[in-house]
Structures are given as C-alpha cells and as structure tokens.
Design a protein around this ligand. Structure first.
Ligand SMILES: [Fe+2]
Length: 273
C-alpha cells in the first residue's frame, strides 16, 4: 500500500514538473518573439531626432555611412589619371589626406555615438543639429570625406573630352557653351583664396551654378547639390604643378568622367522634381 502511494506521489510530482516546464518554455518563446517584434527606434540622445529625410548622396544610389566612416577604394590605379594628376599625388591624396579625414571623423563621433545612425550628408546638411563640441570637426572631416569620395568618382582614366548626355545640354543652356563653362569654372577655382573647392551645383531652385567653397565645406550645407567638383587644395596638385594652380585647373578636364557626372545630375533631377 505504501509502495503504491509512493508511486502515485512520484507520478503527481513529475506531472506538475512537466506542466511547469511547458509553461516556462511558452513564456520564453513569447518573450523572445516580443523582443524580436519590438523595434529599437528610441534614439540614445532624444534631443537629436533620427530623421529619414531624403538628401542627395555622394553615391548615386546611397549615402555615406558614419557607422563607422570608411575610406573607399580608388576606382582606378594611382597612375590612372596621369593625363592630369601624377601617381604620387594620387597615392598621398587618397591614402593619407582622405584617410585622415575619415579617421578624424570617426574619432569625433566617438564622443557622440548617437550620431552614427545619421549619414555624413545628413550631418553636413544640418550642422546646427550636430553637438557644438564636435561641429567643426564634423564640418571639416565629414566634408573632407564626402568631397573626396565624390572627387574620385567624377574622374576616370578614360575621361576628358566634350561633355555628353543631358549635362552637355544643360551646360550649353546655362553657360552658353562648354568653353564658356570651363572658363568660368576655372576662374572660380583660381579665385578661391587658400584651400577649397570649385563646384558645379544644382541650386535649391534647380538651377546650375558655379560656386567655390573654403576648406572642406560642401555645397550640401547650403542646400545645393554638388554635381561635380575640383579640389584646389595644394595637396591636390603641388608635386607636379607647384604654384601653377591655373595649369592644374586646365589639365584637369582631361580626366573628367562625364558619364558619372550625368548620373549625379540625373539623381538630383529626380530628387528635386
Ligand atoms: Fe584633397
């Protein structure tokens, strides 16, 4: 009789344990599925809202990531642009100068990791939303990263010659001729005192304009979209051209990549239409 009662009790306890285990597993599954289903949308610093506003990008199909920023590969060999720029300059320019902008941008963002979910373009477009203690660094190094990323793409070993496609028509309409456009562009590049860039941009009103910017400022900070730009810092040309910036500006047209420039123009046309 006692043996019978012990067996019954053992079955009863085992049954309770199994039922308990079953419920525990269900709780665990529910908890996991709830965790997976709940999006982590809360920004770390709620004073800087995450925005999904579309802005023109460095690449036609995506914006530059800051999580972390990465040095893009050159799309050609160092000596690929010898028609205008020597290999040593290209190596130093890409491997040292551009790499340093990327490194410094990442260092600045370490102080405010909540910004890493923004693209470089978004930060530059609204610099006032960047915390003051790193604003200048983001402006200079984020700008340096964006500017050079565009620069490498809008040059090609097979570049040069007359513009093609839609951009050729737009240049003729706006500036009268390609030669007139080149002259105005080169003058704006020569006029930039010290270091900076000369750009062909699409203004917020949709017009083509030639502008120059100091240091590593990008026209995106003024609401314009950079279609093409030339780097007039001395580091871009000094080894071959020394102080002859005008010669560099003239020769640079031999490597301009019109197909990429057309792609950039078409992207901004679609985004602004
Ligand atoms: Fe540069």
């Amino acid at each position: 009789m006692i043996k019978f009662l012990r067996q019954k009790m053992a079955f009863f306890i085992t049954g309770i344990a199994l039922v308990g285990l079953l419920f525990a597993c269900q709780d665990l599954q529910t908890s996991e599925s709830q965790t997976q289903a709940t999006p982590t949308t809360t920004p770390i610093n709620t004073s800087i809202p995450v925005t999904t506003t579309q802005v023109p990008a460095a690449y036609p199909d995506r914006q530059l990531s800051a999580s972390p920023a990465q040095l893009p590969q050159l799309p050609y060999a160092y000596d690929g642009l010898e028609k205008a720029i020597d290999a040593e300059t290209m190596k130093l320019h890409h491997d040292r100068h551009h790499a340093t902008y990327v490194e410094n941008l990442n260092q600045a963002l370490e102080k405010h990791p909540e910004l890493r979910n923004r693209s470089v373009e978004l930060m530059l477009r609204d610099l006032n939303a960047v915390p003051e203690d790193i604003r200048e660094s983001v402006r200079n190094n984020g700008g340096g990263h964006l500017n050079h990323t565009i620069f490498w793409q809008i040059m090609s070993p097979n570049g040069g010659g007359q513009p093609t496609g839609v951009i050729a028509e737009q240049i003729n309409q706006t500036f009268g001729s390609f030669d007139a456009f080149k002259k105005q562009f080169n003058e704006a590049g020569g006029d930039r005192f010290g270091s900076g860039w000369v750009w062909l941009v699409r203004s917020p009103q949709g017009q083509l304009q030639i502008v120059n910017t100091p240091n590593q400022d990008n026209p995106i900070s003024d609401g314009s979209y950079p279609i093409m730009g030339n780097d007039v810092w001395e580091h871009a040309y000094y080894l071959r051209y020394q102080n002859r910036r005008a010669d560099y500006l003239n020769n640079w047209w031999n490597v301009v990549n019109w197909s990429e420039i057309n792609r950039r123009f078409q992207v901004t046309s679609q985004q602004q239409s």
